[in-house]
Design a protein around this ligand. Structure first.
Ligand code: PLP
Length: 411
């Protein structure tokens, strides 16, 4: 018994790093002083500062009938949305995935809903979720909200390659210690680093997961693909990492967290999905049972207009083709900003982490006051231990040379 107004499990809740709050502060500072550079926002903007909106999305939204706009969304999604999501996510690997796996789609409130449902249902309270040491900070809060913690492995080795051996060491240690391994990886286009893993690196990680599963330890892979459509490699290769899934041990549950926010610029609509995959029917029965329950118990159902719009784009070949062309344009916007940033960083001698795609580039720092120092120079970024995240998704080309100089001065 305590005399606190909040329950005892909520006493320790404190938002240490609130990305949305920092973004709001940056926006307010820029409104007062337009020379402020706001590199906090994980949202793709055009160079004039307006949101990168897709015509295919706008057009679909405007054409929705009452049924598609206003009624409750089905808990398991419309056919267009759920089948379309599998098609979109796995691309040319779809047939192989459907042949080898039981697959089930559960629509959620954004990728965040997919992450929180999965983290909540597939761990015992008090356990730890394994993530790399550079991570999107809400992972910590989502884990804490589920009475869990996080444990990290070093993302890079000394040569800035993905640190497979530290992953292996930590994964095996954690699996042995708690009799379960729940591994959460944001790839491709990692937030906050910009890392994109190769298919071979995925194969190697899955090899480690299989070794653990072979000891009859429950293994869950939660694969956060929020930025999958912003890889810099050719589009037809953008789903190749999923060929590594074919090696997964039948006991493993993989959950792909799909987000409609970045791909469709539908951030505020709150649409995403848990896409569960396993070679084992009993594992998938469990996934479906607890997933459906949690949707009803936590948020009941998701945004119907967003489901309708995305479902329409997935299912209408002309619209889909137009949308793909618009996405290619969005990637070009990012590509030109990244190229300019890298050019100036190389000139100034500013080191940055290897970038394969996405909204962010990462710069390591030993400056513990980096956030305050950059703000004093009119630059807002998201700072985390040892790293700053620079959202080139929302910085315009003109600002980049000055941004690089200010970063170089302070890191
Ligand atoms: N995962 C990562 C790495 C993200 O950066 C985000 C959003 O910023 C999400 C998941 C979830 O996005 P949403 O809940 O808007 O779909």
């Amino acid at each position: 018994m305590t005399n606190h107004i909040v329950g005892s499990h909520a006493l320790t809740k404190h938002m240490e790093s609130n990305i949305l709050k920092t973004s709001q502060e940056a926006k307010a500072a820029k409104a007062k002083n337009p020379s402020v550079i706001d590199a906090t926002v994980g949202q793709l903007n055009r160079d004039n500062g307006t949101l990168f909106r897709y015509v295919a999305v706008e057009r679909s939204l405007n054409e929705l009938n009452d049924q598609e706009m206003y009624v409750y969304a089905p808990v398991n999604g419309t056919k267009n949305f759920s089948e379309g999501a599998i098609d979109w996510v796995f691309g040319r690997n779809k047939d192989a995935i459907l042949k080898n796996f039981q697959v089930n789609v559960i629509p959620t409130t954004g990728g965040s809903g997919a992450l929180s449902n999965t983290i909540y249902n597939f761990n015992d309270f008090g356990q730890k979720v394994l993530i790399p040491n550079y991570y999107w900070t809400p992972y910590e809060n989502i884990a804490e909200e589920a009475n869990l913690g996080v444990e990290t492995f070093r993302m890079y080795d000394d040569d800035y390659n993905f640190n497979l051996s530290d992953f292996e060491r930590k994964a095996k240690e954690l699996a042995t210690r708690q009799g379960r391994l729940f591994f959460l990886m944001n790839d491709p286009c990692n937030n906050p680093t910009g890392l994109c893993l190769s298919t071979d690196q995925w194969r190697a990680m899955i090899g480690v997961l299989n070794e653990i599963a072979a000891k009859d330890i429950p293994v869950i892979l939660l694969h956060d693909i929020a930025y999958i459509d912003f890889q810099m490699k050719p589009e037809e290769q953008s789903r190749d990492i999923f060929t590594s899934y074919l090696d997964l041990d039948p006991r493993i549950l993989a959950v792909v967290a799909f987000s409609g926010s970045k791909t469709f610029s539908m951030y505020g609509f709150r649409i995403g999905a848990q896409i569960g995959l396993s070679k084992s029917k009993s594992v998938m029965d469990e996934f479906r049972r607890v997933g459906d329950y949690s949707v009803r118990a936590r948020f009941s159902s998701v945004s119907r207009p967003a489901m309708s719009v995305i479902g329409r784009i997935f299912a209408t070949p002309d619209l889909r083709t137009c949308f793909r062309a618009e996405l290619a344009e969005a990637r070009e916007v990012l590509r030109s900003r990244i190229a300019l940033f890298q050019h100036h960083a190389d000139l100034e001698g500013l080191r940055y982490l290897p970038y394969g795609g996405g909204f962010f580039i990462g710069v390591e720092t030993k400056n513990c006051r980096i956030f305050e120092d950059l703000v004093a120079d009119g630059v807002y970024v998201i700072a985390m231990p040892g790293l700053i995240r620079i959202a080139l998704s929302s910085v315009n080309l003109e600002e980049i040379p000055r941004l690089v100089k200010i970063l170089k001065k302070n890191v």
